[in-house]
Write a protein that binds this ligand. Structure first.
Ligand code: WAQ
Ligand code: MG
Length: 256
């Protein structure tokens, strides 16, 4: 499978004009697929952007490009679901989990203070846990984890083994978290959706795995969050290059 030529497919959609012209971000998506899967992937991304709870877009761009770099295969993180009944409890649990991932408490406080300022970013923010500053220089664009996918049959098998819903939202979030945690200088990820109808979020780290938290905000809220906590001694350009350009396919660990 990994000997075949692969294509990176990317979509972004916005409302009231393109992102560059100040439009509202509606949806984005990225896939990594062989030639025979391109038609389906483009259609899936078109559908994702057109049927979105953040609104109907009037701008969309879908593009694909052939990939020549070798593809890395990465296992999904172990998953746990933490049930909470209020957003306050969910946010508090997320802070606890970040502490367990060795993020200093004052830096967790700083990151949470800054979250509102990042809410228009359509990718992720790289947050340096030594300076307490955002270091990616990408403004509203942020860093989009790209060239990533989890082939459907393998994901479905994994989902049934783990009693998880086999939907594309969970697949994409698990794939992003697995790639992000593969980088040696990224200590943890904090995420919840900017979609008003989806309130489950997660904290992910190399040791703790993918820790789902069932309520990170109230329904109807359109502000989301995606922060990668980096350890400070990082080469920012090479980290961003890894996140955007290193081709990765997720593959479950075979049960013996
Ligand atoms: N790379 C970087 N940032 C991204 C990417 C990406 N590929 N995709 C989304 N983001 C950022 C962007 O700023 C979005 O606004 C924000 O994350 C939220 O994205 O039940 O659905 O796709 O286990 O709305 C997590 C829980 C769901 C799933 C997260 O995020 C579960 C979700 P969304
Ligand atoms: Mg979203």
């Amino acid at each position: 499978m990994l000997g075949e030529k692969y294509y990176s497919v990317r979509m972004r959609a916005s409302q009231h004009g393109s992102h560059e012209k100040g439009g509202k971000h509606i949806s984005g998506g990225e896939r990594l697929i062989t030639f025979s899967g391109l038609n389906q992937a483009v259609n899936d991304l078109l559908h994702k952007g057109l049927s979105h709870s953040r609104g109907t877009p009037d701008f969309m761009q879908i593009q694909f490009e052939g990939i020549n770099e070798p593809i890395r295969s990465i296992h999904p993180l172990p998953v746990e679901t933490n049930e909470v009944d209020t957003a306050e409890k969910g946010q508090a649990l997320a802070r606890e989990l970040l502490k367990k991932a060795d993020i200093p408490e004052n830096m967790i406080d700083k990151a949470f203070l800054d979250i509102a300022a990042y809410s228009e970013v359509r990718g992720a923010v790289l947050f340096d846990i030594r300076s307490g500053k955002r270091i990616d220089d990408r403004n509203e664009k942020g860093v989009r984890v790209s060239r990533i996918d989890w082939p459907e049959p393998d994901f479905h098998q994994w989902a049934s083994e783990h009693g998880m819903a086999a939907n594309s939202r969970i697949k994409e979030a698990l794939a992003i978290a697995a790639k992000v945690c593969e980088h040696p200088n990224i200590m943890a990820e904090l995420c919840w959706s900017d979609d008003p109808d989806y309130i489950t979020g997660y904290v992910a780290g190399k040791k703790m795995g993918y820790q789902r938290i069932t309520k990170m905000k109230d329904a109807g809220d359109e502000s989301g969050c995606r922060i990668f906590f980096v350890d400070g001694f990082i080469d920012t350009d090479s980290c961003i290059n890894f996140l955007e350009k290193q081709p990765v396919l997720i593959q479950r660990e075979e049960k013996r």
